[in-house]
Ligand binder design. Structure first.
Ligand SMILES: Nc1nc2c(c(=O)[nH]1)N[C@H]1C(S)=C(S)[C@@H](COP(=O)(O)O)O[C@H]1N2
Ligand SMILES: [Mo]
Length: 417
């Protein structure tokens, strides 16, 4: 890194007031300035806009095209009125708070990391069929695999005097909080926030990015323009979009989405006896897979059929294998992985795909009526749970139960015999 190329503007030379009066980015309070969206998206909620691609479209490419990438929002999409005035502030438990412009961030070494982002609510609709859950309904496509381009958070934190692999800063900071500018009703009109441990933020191998590119193009408004956090291997909720400030804090972020949401409760907890303080905010994603070549109930042609889908795990654990059953789980065959051919924008770093999904395919023969099941195993030998009932939770998060689809063959045509 060339320190002379880095410009970190200490706050005293700018003044905190200036920040608030001209941030260059604003969170509107209504939905009159939403960006255009792809007509194929399946809309689960209009305002805030929450949508996912159709199943088949999702697995037709290893890198998910940006316009088909799921969109998960909690308020209207922020508007950048002047990119030159945009700065991200860095404060909290550091000796010299300051700010960085987009130009400053672009001068840091740039990394391309291919990482799958998955909403903790992915597959919630299926979980709600066992027992009602609260939250936006999602089918199985609230995830996508993108090549994110940007600066590493560990490099940015070095600019404020926090060296690599620091777990506790000199002023006692243990967490890094990200704050946006959007207006969320869960935060009573305040911005979306989340935090990650400082040890993860300062670890270059954790690949936490301040991303300004997605799939080789400037990040678009839906996905966080001009700058978002990408925390690979962790539920999507921690990858804060439209980043306004970064604060080093002593305990984890106290915002709604860390403390009153995105926590995993046992099936015995309901809305009458819930005590949010008993659980930690969910971070790593568990092992997951789903079949995308069919809808929940589908009619298939006679002969061999192709079963395809995605598999992904959290924490940088890769996918070891995907098992497919066409007899309701009595016997299994191993699926093949296909991916990567003609991947655009792939990272230079061969290890960077540890954060990315695997697309799988298996050719099977099915009886006239069948239930096709997929389950994945990750590199730590974690396996998806069989039944959704066992992992049911009132917020309907992390439905990673075996994925099942029902198929029925079209009757063999014999009318022109
Ligand atoms: N500022 C802000 N960041 C946010 C959110 C949000 O509503 N506001 N949603 C989070 C959630 S729950 C998810 S799953 C991901 C979705 O990112 P995407 O819309 O780019 O797919 O963004 C996260 N970051
Ligand atoms: Mo999410």
């Amino acid at each position: 890194m060339r320190p002379e190329a880095l410009r970190f503007h200490p706050l005293e030379s700018i003044g905190r007031k200036e920040k608030r009066s001209m941030p260059g980015i604003n969170g509107p309070s209504d939905y009159s300035r939403e960006p255009p969206r792809h007509p194929c998206l399946r809309i689960n909620a209009k305002e805030p806009f929450n949508a996912e691609p159709p199943r088949n479209a999702l697995v037709s490419s290893y890198v998910t095209p940006t316009d088909l990438f799921y969109k998960r929002n909690h308020g209207p999409i922020p508007v950048v009125d002047d990119i030159k005035r945009y700065h991200v502030f860095i404060g909290g438990l550091i000796e010299k708070p300051g700010q960085l412009s987009m130009d400053d961030i672009r001068k840091l070494p740039k990394y391309n990391v291919t990482a799958t982002l998955q909403c903790a609510g992915n597959r919630r609709t299926a979980m709600s069929k066992t027992r009602t859950v609260r939250g936006v309904g999602w089918d199985i496509c609230a995830l996508g695999n993108a090549t994110w381009g940007g600066a590493k958070l560990s490099d940015v934190l070095e600019l404020v005097g926090i060296s690599k692999l620091t777990a506790v800063s000199s002023l006692g900071g243990k967490h890094v909080e990200f704050t946006s500018v959007d207006k969320c009703k869960e935060e009573k009109g305040g911005p979306y926030k989340a935090s990650i441990p400082l040890s993860q933020a300062t670890n270059p191998e954790a690949d936490v990015l301040l991303a300004y590119e997605m799939n080789g193009e400037i990040l678009n408004r839906d996905h966080g323009y001009p700058l978002r956090v990408v925390v690979p291997g962790v539920i999507g909720a921690r990858s804060v979009k439209w980043l306004d400030r970064i604060d080093i804090i002593d305990e984890e972020c106290q915002g709604f989405f860390m403390q009153k949401d995105y926590k995993m409760f046992p099936p015995s907890v309901n809305w009458d006896n819930i005590d949010w303080s008993t659980r930690k905010p969910q971070m790593d994603f568990p092992v997951q897979c789903a079949i995308c070549s069919f809808e929940d109930v589908d009619v298939v042609p006679p002969g061999k059929i192709t079963v395809s889908g995605y598999a992904v795990s959290g924490g940088g654990r890769g996918i070891e294998r995907v098992d497919i059953s066409v007899d309701g789980g009595k016997s299994w065959i191993e699926a093949n992985r296909y991916q990567k051919c003609g991947v655009p924008y792939a990272s230079d770093d061969i290890n960077s795909d540890k954060w990315a999904w695997v697309l799988f395919k298996a050719v099977v023969d099915v009886p006239e009526k069948a239930e096709i099941i997929a389950k994945a195993v990750d590199s730590a030998a974690n396996v998806q749970p069989e039944k959704v009932d066992d992992i049911w939770n009132l917020r309907g998060i992390l439905n990673t139960a075996w994925h099942r689809v029902q198929v029925q063959r079209t009757p063999v045509a014999n009318s022109n015999l």
